[in-house]
Structure formats: structure tokens, C-alpha cells
Design a protein around this ligand. Structure first.
Ligand SMILES: Nc1nc2c(c(=O)[nH]1)N[C@H]1C(S)=C(S)[C@@H](COP(=O)(O)O)O[C@H]1N2
Ligand SMILES: [Mo]
Length: 198
């Protein structure tokens, strides 16, 4: 009996958490533009390079020594699936960038394997992004970006670079992998900024 409406769970009021054009999934799809790199935490390193070329580096032990946060956020992929209330553990970019001297407006995230994606620096700060290393209480699977990925859940999920290895800060906006291929330079799911010009 009743009306079955796929996409509405009812749990949080029937779809108000879904940006336009998105549907709900309970799966965790894997979307990777290339093969999954397998990086041992012993070899993992995260580097922030400022606009003046100064470098700040963290190895895995240094990342683990930083205060971590439990994160519960909705995620939205530009291929139209959304997943609500995903749970992660990671280190806030506020923590990582606290002592980084920069006046840059833009960041390019770089991944092991060569993927890149551009994000305004302001969108990485104020509790909006993390280097996540656990998903659902478990170490992050390699196919989902383990050992660690960028998590920027307020933008389309392509901005959440898997296997992240660094940020390059800049005064000017460069375009990353998907942005160069015609996707939106910013990617706000609530404004449906899927493609350049949206
Ligand atoms: N390094 C890297 N990061 C990436 C991608 C990728 O291909 N390579 N794909 C992006 C896209 S399009 C999405 S939707 C999400 C998918 O993450 P998932 O595979 O954990 O679902 O990762 C993003 N980060
Ligand atoms: Mo995506």
C-alpha cells in the first residue's frame, strides 16, 4: 500500500536534503578516473606549498598526532547520486593550515596518481574540509582514497580528491582534472553547478 517514491527515505523529511537533480543511494559507488594507487602509510606524505614556494610537510605519524574530528556529512556526486549522513574521521584543514603563512585565494589539490582538483582556499577553511582517513569507523579503503583523501562535502564529490598528497596554494585560479574537461570550476550542488557555465 501507499506510494513508493524512490529517492525519499522519509527519515529526514522527504528529500529536502537532496540537491536538485540528485537521487539517494545507500551504496558507496567507486568513481576513479584511473587505477587505484596503493600507498603505504610509511610512504605517505602530505605537502602544502604556498604561493611563495614554501613547503610544509606531514608524514603519517605527524597526521595521526594532530587532533582528529568525527565528521557526519551528506555527499553529492555530479553523476547524480547522493549519500546522506556519511561518517568519517579526519583532520580539519583548519588544523593543518593553522601555521601556514599564506595570502593565497586558491588551492589545487594533488593526488598520488596525478589527479588534481581546484578549490578556493576559503572553501577549505572554517570547518568545511578535512583530510579523512577513516570511513564508517574503518580505515579508508584504497578504492575510496585510502590511506587519506580530501573531504569537501559542500561541493560536488569530485572536489574530494582521493589519495591526496598535497595542496598547492596560488593567487590565481588554475583548473584541475575534471574542471579542465568542462566541469564547473566551483561545483556547488545546491546551485547545480555541474558544467562550466552552469
Ligand atoms: N584521485 C582521485 N580523486 C577523486 C577521483 C579520481 O578519479 N581520482 N574521482 C572523484 C569523483 S568524480 C568522485 S564522485 C569521488 C568518488 O569517491 P568514491 O570513489 O570514494 O565514491 O572521488 C573524487 N576524487
Ligand atoms: Mo563524481
Amino acid at each position: 500500500m501507499g506510494i513508493v517514491s524512490s529517492g525519499f527515505t522519509g527519515r529526514r523529511g522527504g528529500g529536502k536534503d537532496l540537491p536538485p537533480g540528485q537521487y539517494l543511494t545507500h551504496e558507496f559507488p567507486v568513481l576513479s578516473a584511473g587505477p587505484t594507487p596503493h600507498i603505504l602509510t610509511d610512504h605517505w606524505e602530505f605537502t602544502v606549498t604556498t604561493e611563495s614556494g614554501e613547503k610544509y610537510k606531514w608524514d603519517w605519524a605527524a597526521l595521526m598526532a594532530l587532533p582528529s574530528e568525527e565528521i557526519t556529512k551528506d555527499i553529492h556526486c555530479v553523476t547524480r547520486w547522493s549519500k546522506l549522513q556519511t561518517t568519517w574521521k579526519g583532520v580539519s584543514l583548519d588544523t593543518l593550515l593553522a601555521d601556514v603563512e599564506t595570502g593565497a585565494d586558491f588551492a589545487m589539490a594533488h593526488s598520488y596518481g596525478g589527479y588534481t582538483t581546484n578549490v578556493p582556499l576559503d572553501d577549505l577553511l572554517d570547518g568545511q574540509s578535512w583530510i579523512a582517513y577513516e570511513y564508517d569507523g574503518e580505515p579508508l579503503d584504497p578504492e575510496h582514497g585510502g590511506p587519506a583523501r580530501l573531504l569537501v562535502p559542500h561541493l560536488y564529490f569530485w572536489k574530494s580528491a582521493k589519495w591526496v598528497r598535497g595542496l598547492v596554494l596560488s593567487d590565481t585560479e588554475d583548473l584541475g582534472f575534471w574542471e579542465t574537461a568542462g566541469y564547473h570550476e566551483y561545483g556547488d550542488p545546491w546551485k547545480e553547478q555541474r558544467y562550466a557555465g552552469d
